[in-house]
Write a protein that binds this ligand. Structure first.
Ligand SMILES: [Fe+2]
Length: 163
């Protein structure tokens, strides 16, 4: 784990560790930020064409994203290119589906996952939702999948910058 590069976007206390410090867990980072309404509320945009997202922070160790979801908006099944991650819901409810379960994630709750994890996240509610996501190392690519007879088949690979 290295923390050698200067952040390129720092606009709030992201909970990212100082160089050499014991790593704040990704779950702690997203939970703390999601609970800090003054930090994210002024930044939120809602986009009827797709999820809206803004990168809040990036350093050599991790990056943090704020995402808003209107009803019906979702990710499709994807991985995180070998990064591990966590997300917390700040407002509303999101539904997460992995290869084994479907669950609702509500404010005050977070999900953490390892580098091999595949999931799909969607706002199936009738109200907007806001979430905070952290990835370590920072995302470099993502693979998109569809389920064929219950098994994930890779559809496409997207490099950082395409999303
Ligand atoms: Fe994801």
């Amino acid at each position: 784990m290295t923390n050698t590069t200067a952040p390129d976007t720092v606009a709030m206390n992201t909970g990212a560790p100082a160089a050499g410090a014991a790593a704040t867990t990704l779950t702690e980072t997203v939970m703390d930020l999601a609970a800090d309404r003054d930090a994210w509320l002024p930044r939120v945009r809602l986009d009827p064409s797709d999820r809206w997202y803004e990168r809040l922070h990036r350093d050599g160790d991790r990056e943090i994203w704020l995402i808003s979801w209107l009803p019906g908006q979702g990710t499709g099944l994807h991985d995180h290119g070998g990064s591990r991650g966590a997300f917390a819901v700040a407002l509303g409810v999101l539904q997460e589906r992995d290869l084994g379960a479907v669950r609702d994630v509500r404010p005050g709750e977070a999900r953490a996952f390892g580098p091999e994890y595949l999931h799909e996240v969607r706002n199936v509610s009738s109200a907007p939702a806001i979430s905070v996501h952290a990835y370590s190392p920072p995302l470099t690519s993502m693979n998109r999948y569809e389920l064929v007879h219950g098994r994930p088949v890779r559809l496409a690979t997207e490099d950082a910058g395409q999303w």
